[in-house]
Design a protein around this ligand. Structure first.
Ligand SMILES: Nc1ncnc2c1ncn2[C@@H]1O[C@H](COP(=O)(O)OP(=O)(O)OP(=O)(O)O)[C@@H](O)[C@H]1O
Ligand SMILES: [Mg+2]
Length: 374
């Protein structure tokens, strides 16, 4: 048996829980050719959900393409990855992939690179160049393949926020949208982390991807779904945890998916046959130590004003930062400075703004900050 809890990568099978409603909705979108946009805080389970649905609906008539563009820094890096993923997902044999690339894309010299290990994966580089292959040709690739084969295609683009970070980002977005909106046999599922970047791409009327598709926000997995999952995973490892303590794991990390699994794992490591409240505390300490380097990096370049703003949030102030009560405790500067602080921290995904005001986006960041920086 592998590890009972997984938190560093997308999960499936027995490591996956809940998401029934989202699975149904996304599957319906995929099978009906409706574009989908999926947004959530980091590590909530976007990739896991999309991969699960992709596995469910993929068939000879409906091909699901998955492409992660996290490492793409320019439009052409994206086009290369996009074309390669579309060709790989729609051709079964390597020879067919080369043939498809040459047939649909002008003047390309595709290459297959095998990894040195036997029976392992290979990579396909299509060899797209800005001179020979205009964006429209590449972006139309799935639609042309789908039309020729009489199939339908769903292209899932993970870490889509990268599109907003490229040089000449607005032109790139306009080009992509103007091509994709005419597709009848191809639909798209666009999703990503870095919430504020994703929101900028899709929420503003001025942006090309405004109202591109069915947009939904992936919520936290509720405690009543987590508890039986945690109890069962402990049982599988020959250990016992009460529902109350499983609930405490969820509460400690505010139901953040990856943290629930990470904390559960750290508790499992320290506990005896049966989990005690002390084990939860120890597990939480270990989890905080594991994530601390990231938080140190995130706060290293913050100004004193920005740190003070975070301190105010940790003390329970979520709005009204201009009030004398807040000003007397935390030096935040003028009202216009406060607005700037807010924006800078939201842009860094440290702070999120909800109906109830400013909150820290990451529950462990908050615990760590109180432990180390208050
Ligand atoms: N449905 C689920 N059931 C159980 N655990 C989950 C589920 N979805 C996510 N997780 C937990 O969250 C972790 C991150 O999942 P995933 O990579 O799918 O999230 P993500 O939102 O794509 O993250 P990122 O923002 O880093 O791209 C998983 O390793 C797992 O621990
Ligand atoms: Mg992901």
């Amino acid at each position: 048996m592998g590890s009972p809890f997984i938190y560093g990568m997308s999960v499936d099978g027995e490591h996956f829980t809940d998401r029934e409603w989202e699975t149904k909705r996304l599957a319906l979108n995929f099978t009906n050719g409706v574009n989908s946009i999926l947004i959530s805080p980091r590590r909530m389970g976007k990739t896991s959900l999309v991969k699960k649905v992709a596995g469910m609906v993929n068939s000879d008539d409906l091909k699901v393409v998955y492409v992660d563009i996290y490492n793409c820094r320019t439009a052409y890096e994206f086009y290369e990855k996009f074309a390669s993923a579309v060709i790989r997902a729609t051709a079964t044999k390597v020879e067919k992939m080369i043939e498809t690339a040459k047939k649909f894309l002008m003047g390309v010299v595709p290459q297959i690179n095998y990894s040195p290990e036997p029976n392992t994966d290979f990579s396909l580089s299509v060899g797209i160049t800005p001179n020979a292959n205009p964006p429209e040709e590449i972006l139309n690739l799935p639609e042309r393949i789908a039309t020729e084969r009489g199939i339908r295609i769903v292209v899932c683009v993970d870490e889509f926020q990268q599109i907003g970070e490229m040089p000449d980002a607005l032109t790139v977005q306009k080009t992509i949208r103007s091509v994709w909106q005419h597709h009848r046999r191809t639909s798209y599922c666009l999703f990503g982390s870095k919430q504020h970047l994703m929101s900028q791409l899709f929420y503003s009327r001025k942006m090309p991807f405004y109202q591109f598709g069915d947009m939904f926000f992936l919520k936290k997995i509720p405690t009543d779904k987590w508890v039986p999952f945690i109890v069962e995973r402990f049982k599988q490892s020959g250990k016992v945890i009460s529902s109350t303590l499983a609930e405490r794991i969820c509460q400690a990390v505010d139901n953040y998916s990856a943290y629930v699994q990470q904390l559960a794992w750290n508790v499992l490591v320290v506990c005896g046959e049966e989990v005690t409240p002390q084990d939860i505390e120890e597990g939480l300490g270990a989890t905080l130590d594991q994530v601390a380097p990231l938080f140190i990096e995130q706060t290293a370049n913050l100004s004193t004003y920005q740190l003070n703003f975070i301190r105010a949030i940790c003390r329970g102030y979520h709005d009204g930062y201009g009030r004398s009560e807040v000003a007397s405790q935390f030096s935040l500067g003028s009202m216009s400075n406060i607005s700037k602080l807010k924006k800078a921290l939201v842009d860094r995904d440290i702070v999120e703004i909800t109906e109830s005001g400013c909150h820290l986006a990451d529950p462990l960041f908050k615990l760590w900050f109180i432990r180390e920086m208050m």
